[in-house]
Design a protein around this ligand. Sequence first.
Ligand code: BES
Ligand code: MN
Ligand code: ZN
Length: 505
Amino acid sequence: MVKNTEVNLSAIARDLKKAASDAVVIGVGQGTDGPFLLENPLTAKSVEALADSLKVLGITGAPDQAVRLPGLPETGSGILVLAGVGKVDAGGKVSGEGLRRAAGSAVRQLAGLSSVTLAFPTATIADVAAIAEGAALGAYSFTEFRSSKDGLKDPVANVAIFTELAGDKDLNAALDRARLLGKAVNATRSLVNQPPSHLYPESFADAAKDLSKGLPVKVTVWDEKRLEKEGFGGIMGVGKGSARQPRLVKVEYSPAKATRKIALVGKGITFDTGGISIKPALGMGDMKSDMAGAAVVLNTVLAIAGLGLPVKATAWLCIAENMPSGAASRPADVLTMFGGKTVEVLNTDAEGRLVMADGIVAASQEYPDAIIDVATLTGAQLIALGNRTAGIMGADSVTGPLKAAADRAGELVWPMPLPDELRPSLDSQVADLANIGERHGGMMTAAVFLREFVGKDKGGQTIPWAHIDIAGPSFNNGAPYGYTPKQGTGCTVRTLVAYVEDLLA
Ligand code: BES
Ligand code: MN
Ligand code: ZN
């Protein structure tokens, strides 16, 4: 389970001919006066001829356009690809995310070829890094469950980046980081893409151990007996309706030189039927992705370990399957959560916040400097922010740097408030809290519920906490775009790694 092939990334400085590959990709921008070729290594004569033919070839420079032409003698490759990078800024510069997407889109659409050279303009190592990341993210496919490989195209295996900066001292580190991020994001995607027949709490815990092999991390798994004994009422209450019993998985990276301590908590519902408050049939299959948050926090910690960052990072994977059965929680049941708070379950489909509450309490008990939780928590997230933008909520001291990290990583997040008036809507007639409240602004209501479980530090101050709702952006049920495939997207792994890097900078 979850064996992705890794793209082989390299950089070349000159002589495209010597480094011949199956295709050479150059960029086309969307200018105010029409499409134009971005800086590239072709001869002046070729550039002139191509520039004159852009319009008649229907080349617009729009994002995701990748037009194949016969190769030119100076490239030594059979195919020349003109890839759209979209609108460029007034200075003619393509943004980092513009390069990432263009590189990713081209590599994704060139699946079936073995080697590709990307010749986009690179003014800085950050540009090279963006191209490398795009390539690593675009070289992805999920074919584990196909009985025949006929008609399937393998992702591009080798990507060479043409850049004047090929000799730069920071180049190798940038390529290594891109490779590692690509690996972490692609592993997240593949976990999300697993069918729920194959990915259930126990097998998810096994996959976490498997992916951790060879890295300096410690993995601890709570099975249902230990969860019950230690009082993880949220995880048990959600999981007990399923024949596949729940798990809590802790993945710790604790380097000796650590200067900071971060806890990440992820929602790991391997399938969300809604339970007794069952969901409608239409689109229910997408709920295999309801463990995306747990996959994200797992792979974020593994990436941090792989990069050797001097931070103690712990992932808490709160894993259960939400099923209706004679053993399932009923609406009106009361659960005693880890730490002792009681919750009246008025809707068994609001299960994510129940497993997350246990995880947040457990994370708090280790006094981290900050807690960030990631969850496909609410349909209301999609109503508020759409398919591609994650909602971030919580303490400004965490959401501010998170937003900045997302901007740097090229991921879409948007801060939302946690208005105090939502809290009374979660009052219960019988328990400390109810698991549902105000429906309008339901993404924020869910976060206000989670906030109740954030613990205090040793000085009695509430631990800085942020919540990321990835219900929409974690799963793409539309067409692929940029470096984003269909189904699991792996979103927010890059943001969280960037957040930790920024923290240490
Ligand atoms: N897993 C869902 C949220 C979700 C919806 C994720 C769509 C991805 C796409 C969550 O467990 C859920 O069912 N939430 C309910 C909460 C409600 C009952 C308060 C919802 O959003 O409808
Ligand atoms: Mn649900
Ligand atoms: Zn759910």
